[in-house]
Design a protein around this ligand. Structure first.
Ligand code: DQA
Length: 144
């Protein structure tokens, strides 16, 4: 299985950014954890980050026919991006929404995810382990 991990704005700052909320693990370390688990699951991983909404949309579009599933932490765009939601709906590649923090226990503006209706499911609140759970969901997306 080929799985595309996409990370949105400011996730390049993980480990330094609001560590009380997001923890001290960097995105590179999360990628390492994901690759370690993926190797055991025989899954092939592509892991990317962008601060640009358009680039994320282009990557989602490019996933059609190239990846079996997408694991997406859209970060701030989760709550604002109709374009990202439309891209997910358009390509039909099963997409799992992940968040490090529990967006539902935070500020009210984070409770609403515009991408959620286009995704297969959502995992939030488990720190870096959200990504591992996202990987497990992606690998099993055809059977669930
Ligand atoms: C986040 C939650 C979002 O609300 C926030 O804008 C982020 C990170 C998370 O992983 O917890 O940048 O997606």
């Amino acid at each position: 299985m080929k799985i595309l991990f996409l990370n949105g704005p400011n996730l390049n700052l993980l480990g330094q950014r609001e560590t009380d909320v997001y923890g001290k693990t960097s995105l590179a370390e999360i990628e390492k954890l994901v690759r370690h688990r993926a190797a055991k699951l025989n899954a092939e991983i592509d892991f990317r980050q962008s601060n640009s909404e358009g680039e994320l949309v282009t990557w989602v579009q490019g996933a059609k026919g190239a990846f079996d599933a997408i694991v997406l932490n859209a970060a701030g765009y989760t709550h604002t991006s109709v374009a990202l939601r439309d891209a997910i709906a358009a390509v039909g590649v099963p997409t799992i929404e992940v968040h490090l923090s529990n967006i539902h226990s935070r500020e009210e503006f984070r409770h609403r995810s515009l991408i959620a209706p286009a995704c297969r499911g959502q995992i939030a609140g488990f720190g870096p382990f959200s990504y591992i759970l996202g990987l497990e969901a992606a690998v099993n997306v055809k059977v669930v």
